[in-house]
Design a protein around this ligand. Sequence first.
Ligand code: SF4
Length: 237
Amino acid sequence: MKDIEKFYKRAVKERSANSTEELLNFISDSHGSKVQIASSLGAEDVVLIDIMKRRNLEIDVFTIDTGRLNQETYDLIDEISSRYEIKINILLPEPLDVKEMVEKKGMNLFYESTENRKLCCDIRKVKPLNRHLSELDAWISGIRSEQNQNRLRSKRIELEHRDKLIIKYNPLLDWTYKQIFDYIKENNVPYNKLHDLGYPSIGCLPCTRSVKQGDKNRSGRWYWEEESNTECGLHEN
Ligand code: SF4
């Protein structure tokens, strides 16, 4: 795409009020193979995939295998791939970066300091994401405003400065957790079994725990850190 800033400004003006479905149609028509859905296989991401397939849109999907995911998440990758007949593109961290990090700081470095935890998230998640996004013009995420303060400030269409300028679409930004699960149940969408065990948000196995009913959506993530630390860096551009 030649002038991404110009395209972004026009899309914000003309498409910000689109429904989720309309926005996905516009994204697919506008970007073709240069846009992909980022999926951690959370409840929001399976909803996005289901809407995309129901509308016969061909938008590729990728996920980041940090090497520390839950078995339930790996099971769901296979289930979603087979149910929707899609190939989920699996991004991996650079093996030498991981080797150097764990040999120097230990396998469970993230429990020792926020600095270590951010290093691990950077190597296992953010770097693979940025490498992948450098091939695209746009990406689609399932983040929602009510998940945390950072996401409350997000917009449905954003321009990000990563390794290059890229458009980010958040078509589910104004959905509630209840709306997400109502959609999943009504449409019989496969979802991560951990959601039924008290995990509203699911990340890596060692860094996520279940929460009590009424607790904040992402309070089970990095639960040993300050309450305000609820991002890994993927959505902080
Ligand atoms: S969530 Fe935990 S294990 Fe996963 S990349 Fe971040 S620090 Fe590492």
